[in-house]
Design a protein around this ligand. Structure first.
Ligand code: K2U
Ligand code: ZN
Length: 171
């Protein structure tokens, strides 16, 4: 397993629409293992493959208290189960130190293939619903600042570019 670099805005790769996975094989499991290690190292609770530069429809997540229950979603499909929208202050590992409110359906159905290649379906609510929809956006090339005003989005990108420059200078 390895910690991979997380792409940050305005990297154009974050705007790509990710491609469906053909087979859940050992190579894909190696990628998912690296994604989980990368997510933990970055103190994230979710990560989409495009955030480490791989345009495959793969998401990992861990909402557990002890950070020891990783979840794997291959070729996920979500269906909103309510028109009820709930606001949540979102962040993103590809947009560090930026947080802002996004409204999303509060309950969704998630159909996906798991780490072992088995088809699964479950209902997501609360933080699980927020996180899976945030990650699904990544698979469509969308990041949460795309829902904000142009001014807020431009300020966020400038803030991240400055932070990335400072981190590079400190290395
Ligand atoms: O896609 C990512 O960058 C992972 C996000 C997932 C996430 C975004 C918004 C709301 C919930 C989850 C990172 O985990 S951002 C860090 C974080 C951690 C806890 C709560 C909110 C954001
Ligand atoms: Zn994100």
């Amino acid at each position: 397993m390895a910690v991979r670099e997380i792409l940050t805005v305005p990297d154009a790769r974050l705007k790509l629409v990710s491609k469906p996975v053909d087979t859940v094989d050992d190579a894909l499991r190696d990628l998912m293992d690296d994604m989980v290690e990368t997510m933990y190292a970055a103190d994230g609770i979710g990560l989409a493959a495009i955030q480490v530069g791989v345009d495959k429809r793969v998401i990992v997540m861990d909402l557990s208290e002890n950070r020891d229950a990783p979840r794997y979603f291959v070729n996920p499909v979500i269906t909103p189960l309510t028109e009820d929208l709930k606001p949540y202050s979102e962040g993103c590992l590809s947009i560090p130190d930026v947080f802002d409110e996004v409204e999303r359906p509060s309950k969704v159905k998630v159909e996906y293939i798991d780490y072992d290649g088995q088809k699964r379906e479950e209902i997501a609510e609360d933080l699980f619903a927020v996180c899976i929809q945030h990650e699904m956006d990544h698979l469509e090339g969308v990041v949460f600042i795309d829902y904000l005003s142009r001014l807020k989005r431009e300020r966020a990108v400038k803030k991240v570019q400055k932070l990335v420059r400072q981190r590079a200078a400190a290395e």
